[in-house]
Design a protein around this ligand. Structure first.
Ligand SMILES: Nc1ncnc2c1ncn2[C@@H]1O[C@H](COP(=O)(O)OP(=O)(O)O)[C@@H](O)[C@H]1O
Ligand SMILES: [Mg+2]
Length: 372
């Protein structure tokens, strides 16, 4: 049973500095796999290091299993951490690298051997136990680092961008191996990454951070479909959501979204909710994901009175998808995700249709989502 509780936690490096973690409140349940995600510098590592006891907490409280750990030394927290730089001892064999922590703890020899064997079997590195780290690939080395964490049988795993040094293919493979490992061992795990794909594919719950502040805590599905604000909406998803500034024009109890180039009908339900929020005739930001835009205006998914005229500027063939970039007279090009067979010429005029039922609306100033 391992629960971690953050209660109004702040961190500032130095007295006069701005806090880099602000009012962090979170409850992590036993056996959960929680991912902290956000851009570089948003305070992910700092938060993780406060759990491990490697940084002190400026304000607030962290509890592990109802025990206040603010002043508990790292060695008494029963936590194992895996970093991006796996820092193996080059002159020791794989076996010795994994066993090192247990030897320090003066565990009996046969117990150490059993633990290392068991961990290396789970990680499929048994054949390499006698090798030196330099004789291993990056992925194998990272598995040794994981092995070193596993044999300690900790109550919490903390992983700080452990896959960042691996090439793309290996990263994908190790992603699912770490998830599998978590299922097997059932140890409460916090995983830090700046990569939204890792967050989406690995986490039971995702904590999205920006400038030291939690933006949203939710399941991957909720984060994607119901983002709390335009930051979360823009950070999660690839290619990213399109944001268009415009005005909600009211006519006969319904709203239209107007820019100076085009107007889009807003379905009745959204219109009513926006009117109830006193947003009629106000400026807002419309959010449309690339996959709710169709290049075939007759698409039954698309709303008939929600088409955008544009000029095709660029295409990216991704294999199964093609991303089209359209100049629609806004600051940035509109990204459309479509089938690879939809080929357009340079500067070709085209019209796309938007499924407005799945469009999102954000406050122009705060970025908050306006309606659910
Ligand atoms: N030891 C330190 N001393 C001063 N500032 C630090 C220290 N460590 C991190 N920071 C600052 O704190 C902020 C958060 O850093 P960090 O937690 O490493 O972010 P992330 O892991 O999300 O990239 C950054 O602005 C960083 O420059
Ligand atoms: Mg970091």
């Amino acid at each position: 049973m391992t629960r971690i509780l953050f209660n109004h936690v702040y961190k500032q490096y130095g007295k006069d500095k701005h806090p880099v973690v602000k009012d962090f409140n979170l409850e992590i349940e036993d056996k959960e796999f929680v991912v902290f995600v956000g851009p570089s510098g948003c305070g992910k590592s700092t938060t993780l290091r406060m759990i491990a006891g490697l940084e002190d907490i400026s304000q607030g409280e962290i509890f592990i299993n109802n025990v206040l750990v603010n002043d508990l030394p790292p060695k008494d927290r029963d936590i194992a951490m895996v970093f991006q730089n796996y820092a193996l001892y080059p002159n020791m064999s794989v076996f010795e690298n994994i066993a090192f922590g247990l030897r320090l703890r003066k565990q009996p020899k046969h117990e150490i051997e059993m633990s290392v064997k068991r961990a290396s079997r789970v990680l499929e590195i048994e054949p390499f136990l006698e090798r030196k780290p330099r004789e291993l690939s990056g992925g194998q080395r990272q598995r040794v680092a994981l092995g070193r964490a596993i044999v300690r049988n900790p109550q919490v795993f903390l992983m700080d961008e452990p896959l960042s040094n691996l090439d793309a293919k290996l990263r994908v493979q190790m992603r699912s191996e770490i998830v599998k490992l978590h299922k097997q061992l059932g140890v409460t795990t916090i995983y830090v990454t700046h990569d939204q794909t890792e967050a989406m594919t690995m986490g039971n719950r995702i904590v999205v951070m920006k400038d030291g502040i939690i933006q949203q805590v939710d399941s991957p599905e909720q984060i994607y479909n119901n983002p709390a604000n335009s930051f979360v909406a823009g950070f999660i998803g690839s290619p990213p959501m399109n944001f268009i500034e415009g005005r909600l024009q009211e006519s006969a109890g319904k709203l239209e979204f107007h820019t100076n180039r085009f107007a889009l009908d807003i379905p009745l339900r959204q219109s009513q909710e926006l009117i109830a929020k006193k947003m009629a005739n106000k400026n807002v930001v419309l959010g449309i994901r690339p996959e709710i835009i169709s290049v075939e205006p007759t698409d039954p998914q698309a709303s008939p009175n929600a088409v955008i005229p544009g000029i095709h500027k660029l295409s990216e063939l991704m294999g199964a998808d093609r991303y089209l970039y359209l100049d629609i007279g806004t600051k940035t090009n509109l990204v459309v995700r479509t089938g690879p067979w939809n080929v357009y010429g340079d500067d070709e005029k085209m019209t796309v249709a938007v499924d407005m039922h799945n469009a999102l609306f954000f406050d122009r100033d705060s970025g908050e989502r306006l309606i659910g």
